[in-house]
Design a binder for this molecule. Structure first.
Ligand code: A3P
Length: 265
């Protein structure tokens, strides 16, 4: 969530049918032409699926568990030496070709749609650079299908993770990421990384909890960035009727996707 100086609630701009924030849509040519180094790592997610959590795990794995300041953003990227850890919310078809051409490692994080939507709703309430979420009942329509990363995961060697798995057994998932990155760290270091990336630790970590973003951009008095960090919070938001309608629509849009999502653990 780059804070590109946008202080008002700009509408999103469609690029190939995908609504993007204006500073990305306006720079689309340079985003498209971005040439990653083959050693660069891409972390791709639907917003609010667990991006920050995964970034923190990857950063710590790459620094042997040493908490370290990490800088992000396209301008910085160009002057940083590879390997670089790059984050995107772009759907598969909009990711710069270079990532696939250069066979970069790609980690995708997915989260069950109902929790993801609840998290996004609260985020849109506090993120002043996003359009107003409006009432919850109509916000539920916002869900967009997404299955390309799942379909492409084998062909493009994408590590496909689930938020729910990370909650259920963080150590197992940290080790999975470690192996994918061809790293081998001691049990102690892995344990330390698991602790440093717990919800509680990250909520209290000023480098991870986004309190460094000014309040005019992220008004965390409305809803904190590190909000709940749980699986199943959707049950506190969806009425049974909303849940039923959502499941119907989901069934239509995600028909036979085969993605083994879990809405409870
Ligand atoms: P909630 O709003 O459900 O609490 P993203 O980083 O993709 O924007 O995702 C944000 C969501 O991930 C928020 O979900 C946030 O609380 C949750 N999150 C961040 N760090 C986490 C952690 N270490 N463990 C569990 N959830 C975490």
């Amino acid at each position: 969530q780059e804070a590109g100086g946008a202080m008002s609630r700009f509408p999103l701009i469609p690029v190939q049918g995908v609504p993007l924030m204006n500073h990305i849509a306006d720079n689309w040519d340079s985003v498209r032409a971005f040439e990653p180094h083959p050693s660069d790592l891409l972390i791709a997610t639907y917003p609010k699926a667990g991006t920050t959590w995964t970034q923190e795990i990857v950063d710590l794995l790459l620094h042997q568990g040493d908490p370290e300041v990490c800088s992000r953003g396209l301008d910085l990227l160009k002057v940083m030496p590879p390997p670089r850890v790059i984050k995107t919310h772009l759907p598969f078809q909009l990711v710069p070709e270079g990532f696939w051409k250069n066979k970069c490692k790609v980690i995708y994080v997915a989260r069950n749609a109902k929790d993801n939507l609840v998290s996004y709703f609260h985020f849109d309430r506090m993120n002043q650079t996003q359009p107003e979420p409006g009432p919850w009942d109509s916000y539920i329509q916002k869900f967009m299908d997404g299955k390309r990363y799942w379909e492409e995961r084998e062909k493009n060697n994408i590590l496909y993770l689930f938020y729910e798995d990370m909650k259920e057994n963080p150590r197992r998932e940290v080790e999975r990421i470690m192996r994918y990155l061809d790293l081998s760290l001691s049990d102690d270091v892995i344990g330390r990384i698991v602790e440093l990336t717990s919800f509680k630790a990250m909520k209290e970590n000023p480098m991870a909890n986004y309190t460094f973003i000014p309040m005019v951009v992220f008004d965390q008095t409305i809803s904190p960035f590190m909000r709940k960090g749980e699986v199943g919070d959707w049950t506190n938001h969806f009425t049974p009727e909303q849940s039923r309608l959502f499941d119907e629509d989901y069934g239509r849009q995600m028909k036979s996707s085969g993605i083994p999502f879990r809405a409870n653990i």
